[in-house]
Write a protein that binds this ligand. Sequence first.
Ligand code: ZN
Length: 233
Amino acid sequence: MKFESLASSSHGNAYVVSDRDTRILLECGVPYKQLQKLAGFSLSEFKACLVSHEHKDHAKSVDDLLRRGMDVYMSPGTSEALGYADLAKLIEHMEQFNIGSFDIVPFTTFHDAAEPLGFLIKSRVDGDVLAFATDTVNLRYKFPGLNILAIEANYDKTVLERCEKLPEKVRHRITNAHMEIDTLCDYLSTLDLSECREIHLLHLSDATSREAEFIAKVARKVPRGIKIKACGK
Ligand SMILES: [Zn+2]
């Protein structure tokens, strides 16, 4: 199984998960034309798109994808917030479904959105297991047998504290909706990562993250040999 980031920031998120049989999009938070360009091939080659929540940086192209006949999966709350009552395919916390060779289990995440979800994806072709969670203050799931982890590393609280110009409202929103790097590191130390080979850090904030330091901090918490990457904006 392969995980690739096309865009990863508050300006737009889009990721590709594929195995030899199936290719899907996770998020479509950039304009449709840009999404086509970033994907590098026709979007008709994607079996479906999964959307974690209704914020535009994750859901901007839902309309375009639906209009072109793509299956777009989201929670009932996300669908309602976006106004796609009958169009989206609805999925629920802990209810497994399948797309091509992927078995997918959605799980609740913790964000200022209607009904946000993360996704645990297992390939029936190569047996790989991927967990994807972005825009979540924290996480507690254990994900046994994980091979690839794609997870938010949004901000560093000490950098945030020093951003004096940041309005209190924005500061409050960041700390109540996004994952801090030490929160992530604490979470990682609760996971069995013995089978894990890649960790992708998602959605790094423009002003309050430090890429090299985030990678170094994560490296100190996880077994040696795991490739740690910060996804480009
Ligand atoms: Zn969001």
